[in-house]
Design a protein around this ligand. Structure first.
Ligand SMILES: Cc1cc2nc3c(=O)[nH]c(=O)nc-3n(C[C@H](O)[C@H](O)[C@H](O)COP(=O)(O)O)c2cc1C
Length: 390
């Protein structure tokens, strides 16, 4: 069945995603509670990628990593998707086998876009596509271990404007059996600054013709997604920061792709109820104490731009029980319409750029040397990844 819009559903191996919209993997964000909320707003129609976990930590049985890789009861029966990070074939293959065999994952995404300094400095993350032969081995190991479960890759344009890697990475994805690829249309040097280069998505789409190409970067409102599809010809959109504190963006996206009017943005009181629901889900998933620590991060995103809450934001960031949170929310003085200007405000990540650190000699013999990455395999130190992402 096609959407009411001009765009075909997205096919990722056996999965059909209609509308062609994917929740971006975001460390510290796209855990089961947030995915559940996004799913509720969009009748489960999109694909919701779980936050990145490190293959080695997962295989070693680290409790926190294992917990993050679980799915909520509401996710039963709909595609369960998770992102993996690793630099060793054996770790990635073993983690994939467990995720598919025991956790029932229906989709594995691979993160090759992490720009964290200590990760690229040892040849991992966004540096990996500089070594296409090594990249190919890693992807092959996961595709083999995943069997009939589709595997996708997410990566950036390249290291910086002089060192583009996305075309090599795309070719690896095609040749090694990926079901789709996604481009975060920035370089690692850019981090999250400036506008995403949608023209690179268009160029990659022209170069990669045998599997779907997804575009990622700067979809803040539903109309942005349609524009990205039209302007780049991509097969689907991956939505990151735009949905932070705005899980109803997936409802809006469904409407826009269906050709229906985008619903009005929620008022402060409506947002308050979503925040309350999100807090309850976080408390159930992490336990009340840790769950409420997570809530601190979310309050600023949910309440961004509303004038009437400035004075209570501090209190919301100190609260440690659901009851206390409820009391503060109940005391909001008055309702307010959504401050529309805040929709496009970047809810996370500053405007810094960086000089990307690479191991000494990494740029010589890029295509011949397929040795393993020497160093770290811990991009998914979740706190660090939450700060730097992919
Ligand atoms: C808090 C946060 C955490 C992120 N963590 C990851 C991650 O673990 N893996 C990944 O591939 N990208 C990660 N990213 C990057 C996003 O998936 C996405 O590529 C990026 O935010 C650009 O899309 P946007 O402009 O829609 O936000 C993260 C982004 C944010 C804001």
């Amino acid at each position: 069945m096609t959407t009411g819009s001009a765009f075909a559903p997205l096919r990722i191996g056996p999965l059909t995603i209609d509308p062609p919209v994917v929740l971006a993997p975001m460390a510290g964000v796209t855990n089961a509670p947030f995915r559940t909320l996004c799913r509720r707003f969009s009748a489960q129609r999109c694909l919701y990628v779980g936050e990145m976990i490190t293959a080695r930590a997962f295989v070693d049985g680290h409790a926190r990593t294992r917990h993050l890789a679980t799915f909520s009861a509401e996710e039963a029966g709909v595609p369960k998707s998770i992102q993996l990070y690793g630099t060793r074939e054996q770790d990635l293959a073993a983690a994939t086998a467990i995720l598919v065999g025991e956790e029932g994952a229906d989709h594995i995404d691979l993160n090759f876009g992490c720009p964290v300094r200590k990760v690229t400095a040892s040849g991992g993350g966004a540096a990996l596509p500089l070594r296409p032969r090594l990249l190919a081995r890693l992807v092959r190991a996961v595709v083999t271990a995943a069997g009939s479960v589709p595997v996708t890759m997410k990566f950036r344009i390249g290291i910086d404007e002089n060192l583009t890697t996305c075309f090599d990475a795309g070719k690896v994805g095609e040749q090694e059996g990926c079901a789709a690829i996604a481009l975060h249309a920035r370089t690692a040097a850019q981090l999250y600054s400036g506008a995403a280069h949608w023209d690179s998505i268009a160029a990659l789409k022209r170069a990669v013709t045998s599997i779907p190409v997804l575009g990622n970067g700067d979809v803040f409102e539903a109309g942005d997604a349609l524009r990205m599809m039209r302007e780049t010809g991509c097969d689907g959109v991956v939505v990151g920061r735009g949905c932070l504190g705005r899980p109803w963006l997936f409802r809006d996206l469904c409407a826009a792709f269906d050709g229906a009017p985008v619903p009005a943005q929620p008022s402060l009181f409506q947002v308050r109820e979503v925040l309350r629901e999100h807090a309850a889900l976080l408390a159930t998933f992490f336990g009340e104490r840790i769950g409420l620590l997570h809530v601190r991060k979310w309050t600023g995103w949910y309440l961004r731009g509303y004038c009437g809450v400035r004075r209570v934001l501090d209190a919301l960031c100190r609260v440690s029980t659901l009851e206390g949170l409820g009391a503060i929310l109940d005391a909001f003085p008055r309702d307010e319409p959504c401050p529309l200007a805040s929709l496009r405000a970047k809810r996370c990540k500053g405007g810094q750029t960086q000089q990307v650190a690479l191991p000494a000699g990494f740029l010589t013999a890029r295509f011949e040397d397929d040795a393993e990455v020497a160093g770290r395999d811990d991009c998914a130190d979740a706190d660090e990844a939450a700060r730097h992402g992919g």
